[in-house]
Every structure is written in structure tokens, then in C-alpha cells.
Design a protein around this ligand. Structure first.
Ligand SMILES: C[S@@+](CC[C@H](N)C(=O)[O-])C[C@H]1O[C@@H](n2cnc3c(N)ncnc32)[C@H](O)[C@@H]1O
Length: 253
């Protein structure tokens, strides 16, 4: 694809066919966003944010969108696989503190001592339980279950190992913790779109969270893939600019 930008006009040539897009159109925004996402991947843009002092490895738009979902769903509990520096756990806990409801369970195969120390010393820690071990180990999912009151369910965010096999196993293992009309969110489906970029593997084109979702949904009729509706939109953009394409699966029964 050849893209030329001349002031407010964009000319896209693909397979010999030329398209002209005005800068102020949703089509141009979509094209520029996909370039921005790719450039952001190469430059590690998402590795530059913190929430209340802890690094959060997320695109800011994904953070705002998941906040919209959490505030609407108001879950009793949020379970996240993939803790890293703890910024996302702190973020979710801070929302729950502000809402006066909800708590967080985080699972990671390895919580490094300096991260554990910082998370345990944080003001939000009283709303967070951390469980160390592989998210798909039965013993670990058992520990998650033991943290829940009888039949308690909430929202689940899968942000650990993003291979198809791992995400698929997580979808099966954690779907039981999702309340009806709440979501299981399989993050970082962007892997599919950026295969071939630096720090990726060619197999990411098929070995990615989006493929896991497809397989999961082919066997489950209690979940549907559904974009959360924007809670406010006076603009022309109707699609998320995201590292989490197609990530939201709503439990329907
Ligand atoms: C992308 S980071 C998580 C980022 C974090 N959620 C945030 O928003 O800042 C991925 C994390 O998944 C963890 N991880 C990798 N494989 C795992 C597994 N099998 N089970 C649980 N956690 C795993 C890694 O140790 C790493 O901390």
C-alpha cells in the first residue's frame, strides 16, 4: 500500500487502485489509526504510562473503554491474568474504591519481588489479592475460585500469555467466573495485525487471542463477541482504536 499525505488530503494506492480520503473522514481516521498503532508498537508507546505511580502497559484508549464497561457493569469482583508491574490492578482497584464496590484478583506466573513490594505498599492494595502461578494451572484457578463467595461472578480480563493455546485455555478456565451480562476480555488481539513488526513472530498472524476467541465461540453459546457501546459519542468515530480488537465476549446466559 502506498500512502501519500498532502496537507488535508490522503491518497492511498493499493493494487493499482487509487483512493482519495479527506483528513476529516472516519475512513482517514481508521487508516491513520492503524498506522499509529503500528508505529506505537515499534516505538513501545504503551510502555510509557503509569496509573497512581505504577506502570500500566496499556493503550490509554483501552484504559478509558474498559473503565466505561466496569462503571456500567459494576462487578463485585474483577479477575485479571497478567499483573506485570501492577498498574492495571491498581487502576481497577482505584475505580472500585471510587465506586464504593468491587475488588480485584490478579494472577501472574511470576510477580517479581520489587513489583510485589510496590503493589503491597500501595494505597489501593487493600482491594487487591495476588495469586502467583500459571493462570491455566488447575491449582491456580482453584485458588481464584476459593477467593470468591458462593456463586460470586464478575468481569475477567485476560492479559497474560497471548498465544492462541494459552488464551483458549484461559477462556475455558475463567469463563465460569463471568456474570451474566458481564464480559471476559481477551486482550492484545493486535498481535494478529502486527505480525512481521519488530518483536513479533510470523506465526502471530494465526497464533493470537483473536483465533482463540473464534475457537471458543464455536463451542459456546453462552458468550457472544460484542463491542461495548460507547457511553458518549458526539463525534463520527464509532470504532475503538485499540490493542484489544474483538476482545469483549459478553456472557448472555
Ligand atoms: C502484558 S503483561 C501484563 C500487563 C498488565 N496487565 C498491565 O496492564 O500493566 C503480561 C504478564 O503476563 C504474565 N504471564 C505470562 N505467562 C503467564 C501465565 N502462564 N500465567 C500467568 N501469567 C503469565 C507475565 O509474567 C507478565 O507479567
Amino acid at each position: 500500500m502506498d500512502i501519500r499525505i498532502n496537507g488535508d488530503n490522503i491518497t492511498v494506492t493499493e493494487n493499482g487502485v487509487e483512493r482519495k480520503l479527506g483528513i476529516g473522514t472516519p475512513e482517514a481516521f481508521k487508516l491513520l489509526s492503524s498506522l499509529w498503532l503500528r508505529s506505537g508498537w515499534d516505538t513501545k508507546h504503551v510502555y510509557s504510562f503509569t496509573w497512581m505511580g505504577r506502570p500500566i502497559i496499556q493503550l490509554p484508549e483501552d484504559v478509558i473503554r474498559i473503565q466505561e464497561v466496569i462503571y456500567r457493569v459494576k462487578p463485585d469482583v474483577l479477575i485479571e491474568t497478567g499483573i506485570a508491574h501492577g498498574g492495571s490492578l491498581i487502576f481497577y482497584a482505584s475505580l472500585f474504591k471510587a465506586m464504593g464496590k468491587g475488588r480485584v484478583i490478579g494472577v501472574d506466573i511470576e510477580v517479581r519481588p520489587h513489583n510485589r513490594e510496590a503493589i503491597e505498599a500501595h494505597d489501593m492494595h487493600y482491594l487487591i489479592t495476588m495469586i502467583e502461578g500459571s493462570s491455566i494451572d488447575d491449582k491456580i484457578t482453584g485458588k481464584v475460585r476459593s477467593q470468591l463467595k458462593d456463586g460470586e461472578r464478575g468481569i475477567v480480563i485476560l492479559d497474560s500469555n497471548h498465544t492462541k493455546e494459552h488464551v483458549l485455555a484461559e477462556l475455558w478456565a475463567y469463563s465460569e467466573f463471568v456474570a451474566v451480562n458481564s464480559y471476559i476480555v481477551a486482550c492484545d488481539g493486535i498481535a494478529k495485525e502486527i505480525a512481521g513488526a519488530p518483536r513479533t513472530k510470523p506465526e502471530w498472524a494465526t497464533d493470537n487471542p483473536q483465533s482463540a476467541i473464534k475457537d471458543f465461540l464455536s463451542e459456546r453459546n453462552d458468550f457472544v463477541q460484542e463491542e461495548p457501546v460507547f457511553q458518549f459519542n458526539e463525534g463520527q468515530i464509532k470504532e475503538r482504536v485499540t490493542y484489544w480488537p474483538g476482545a469483549f465476549l459478553r456472557r448472555v446466559k
